[in-house]
Design a protein. Sequence first.
Length: 401
Amino acid sequence: MPQIRVLILSTKFGEGHYQAGEALNQVLQARLLEQGVVRHLDFGEFFFKKADRLVRTVYTNMIRKTPGLWKILYERSAEYNLDFLGKILARICWRTITSYINDFKPDIIVTTHFIPAWLLAELKESGRLDKPVVTVITDYFVHPVWLHPAVDFYLVGCKEVYFKLLAGRIRPEKIALTGIPVRPSFERANSKMACRLKLGLDPGRKTVLIMGGICGLAGKEAEITEVIADLADWEPIQLLVVCGTNGESYSVLSEELKRKKLRGRVFGYVENIEMLMSASDILISKGGALTLSEALTIGLPPIIYKPIPGHEAGNAVFVEKAGAGLTVNCPHVLGLVVYHLLKEESELERMRLIGRKLLPAQSAENAAALILKLLNYSYSKVESRTPKEAYEEELFKIAFS
């Protein structure tokens, strides 16, 4: 039997896109074993590395320093046809990417970000690519830029996105509700007390986790830590703070915890985020869909603090509307909300239960199953269903959920 070859293209314009791709990579490799080859690439770093760092820096500075400008760009861009941008990108990158595809010879290409999805769809439409393209939408709110008729299949995280794609004239048999892929380690139950002991924490003390994406919380870590420090005078709590690759925040917050004599630990970039989430009672974070998906899967209620306008604000609305988390936009209210939730264990437990039920279980397995099914490949965890049968089953689930 010839080897199955899968190419996954994601980007680090937001760590969540890349982590969703990595979750898929892990599951596909585990299922295919010797029968397949899976490659996961950061699209920007590989295909247009000269511009990648510049664009990423501009994006990061914009959302940190001028979020209002980002909001205007995000909202206005939804009103216009942006196909011309995809065509420009295709002209810039098509030789590099088609050369790589011709060398690797993938049977299918999976994307977790709209930029590579755009490019591949444009290449398919112009006849320069004949491989099936699957796009994983890694938000709970859909900007029109995700949608392109030349994409062969869409994997989505919730029924709201499913219906949004239908409204965008994507045919229903091209959409599956799988959940945004999270690594299988987030599906496993971990003892809260055991995780706290492994992290050197007090096992009996309420724990608050503060984290954002790879670059942290866009400069909000110190502001949040100040709020929690004030709460520590009234409620015995401890902190876990993840700064990502933001070395400046790491240094400042490490000193701040010492100066204020706060219990807890400060981390840079961490791989075992599931352990930190399992050890915690509340998450304070941005509105990144992957972080929210991981927290809800593990049963950690999120407080979404000052989400970025656009996709993060949309993700926050989805979580808050379901009752699985709360959105807060000022420090004073943040302190009141954290204090209330730590005092009301029944409220925290209600949010945990809603969160666990809100998203499809085994999301990475679901997505891997659909991808392999499109290639007529089956393994023990994949039922023998045609795409039409899978689509009809999804409609049934959505109608009665």
